[in-house]
Design a protein around this ligand. Structure first.
Ligand code: OGA
Ligand code: ZN
Ligand code: ZN
Length: 379
């Protein structure tokens, strides 16, 4: 107990380890005020103790054994409280909004619509769009100007594009001698984009510049976290295979005269150290025939894969974007596909695509949370 500072803030008893307090001293010698970063690091005594503690009106002053003084505001301490409830609140308000999983039948309810001009003009609309995107993994932008560069303005509101070997932006349109099956008007099977990247893009942005007037051209979108939960509960053996057996994802070809040969290995469901889904890797077309797993895994794995693919269709929502829509979705959570369509001379389907990273989305959300005062005391 003698290693903890006990302080009562707003009637609540809070406890903080002395070593942590000394490590997080906010004086200018220890913490750079404009870089907002720790400069002090050397000779941290693990058994450090205060010589004197003085409780003021808004803050508490600690004088350490060596005479160094630290001052901590009560509110600063309160939002760093070590209790699980307090830490959960910080997670939700500042770290990352909690995801809500969904079944395809709920797609129309969870898929929010946002106005392009509002996003460009107001922080509230920008926040709302990114918040819904982070919670549900999909959020559509409507009323986009009819320009091939229209996505630039909203991406600029967030951060910047994540480039790939398909370019800074890419055009999804039928090309017969294509280097990617997405650039054919055929059915495009279930996939996440670029699973063959170790640092895969987090968000997929698809601006519908011209939609087909023919049948088809719809997208199926499914929540990979919903599928993972379902398989974990109902098919534990298949879940083990889907989370443990490495698959080689690949992409080979040439774009703009430059060759590419991408390989990345990961299971279909990547888990984090808490056993939560971190990333879904899936692509019918971009799965390599090199399968570097013991031969006895093959058949059981195909059974698990087949179940996963079946559920992709069963739990998917369907959406046909209209000209001026931007379909924005979580590329490491949702799996998507597109129904085949037929171009004609007067109507050539055309989408403009780009990617952004989740790091940038969460960063923008936090900045806006602070700016708009949505931080509920977490200053
Ligand atoms: C893609 C893709 C969807 C579409 O290009 O990867 O998923 O609607 N396109 O064409
Ligand atoms: Zn200090
Ligand atoms: Zn895609």
């Amino acid at each position: 107990m003698d290693k903890l500072l006990t302080v009562t803030v707003d009637g609540e008893v809070l406890k903080f380890p002395f070593v942590w307090l000394r490590d997080n001293c906010l004086c200018e010698q220890c913490f750079h005020p404009t870089a907002k970063s720790r400069v002090y690091w050397s000779d941290l005594h693990l058994k450090i103790k205060p010589k004197e503690i003085t409780e003021g009106k808004d803050s508490i002053q600690v004088t350490w054994e060596d005479g160094h003084k630290s001052n901590f505001e009560y509110n600063w301490l309160k939002i760093r409280n070590f209790t699980p409830e307090s830490q959960r609140k910080y997670d939700e308000v500042i770290y990352k909004p909690t995801k809500i999983t969904w079944h395809g039948e709920e797609f129309n309810d969870i898929c929010s619509k946002h106005d392009y001009n509002q996003i460009v003009k107001t922080d509230e609309a920008l926040y709302n769009w990114l918040y819904k995107l982070s919670v549900y993994g999909v959020a559509i932008v409507k009323n986009t100007p009819n320009s091939e560069n229209a996505i630039d303005a909203i991406i600029d509101r967030v951060a910047f594009i994540k480039r790939s070997h398909y370019g800074v932006k890419f055009v999804v349109q039928h090309i017969s001698n294509t280097n990617n099956l997405a650039y054919l008007s055929n059915n495009l099977q279930m996939h996440t984009d670029l699973p063959y990247y170790e640092y895969g893009p987090g968000i997929n942005i698809l601006h519908c510049f011209v939609q087909t007037v023919s049948k088809g051209g719809e997208n199926l979108l499914v929540d990979g976290h919903y599928i993972a939960k379902y398989i974990k509960k109902n098919h534990p053996e298949e879940y083990k295979l889907l989370t443990e057996v490495d698959i080689e994802w690949n992409d080979m070809g040439t774009e703009d005269g430059r060759e590419f040969f991408k390989l990345y290995r990961a299971p279909i469901i990547t888990l984090d150290k808490y056993g939560e889904v971190q990333r879904i890797n899936f692509s019918v077309p971009q799965r390599s025939s090199h399968f570097l797993t013991p031969i006895e895994n093959i058949e059981p794995w195909y059974r698990a894969y087949s179940l996963f693919l079946q559920l992709c269709h069963k739990f998917a929502g369907k959406f046909k974007s209209e000209q001026g829509d931007i379909l924005v979705f979580d590329n490491i959570r949702l799996i998507h596909s597109r129904n085949g369509y037929v171009d004609n001379e007067n109507n050539v389907r055309k989408l403009i695509g780009a990617y952004i990273d989740w790091d940038e989305i969460y960063c923008k959300l936090r900045c806006l949370t602070m700016k708009l005062g949505y931080n509920k005391g977490f200053n």
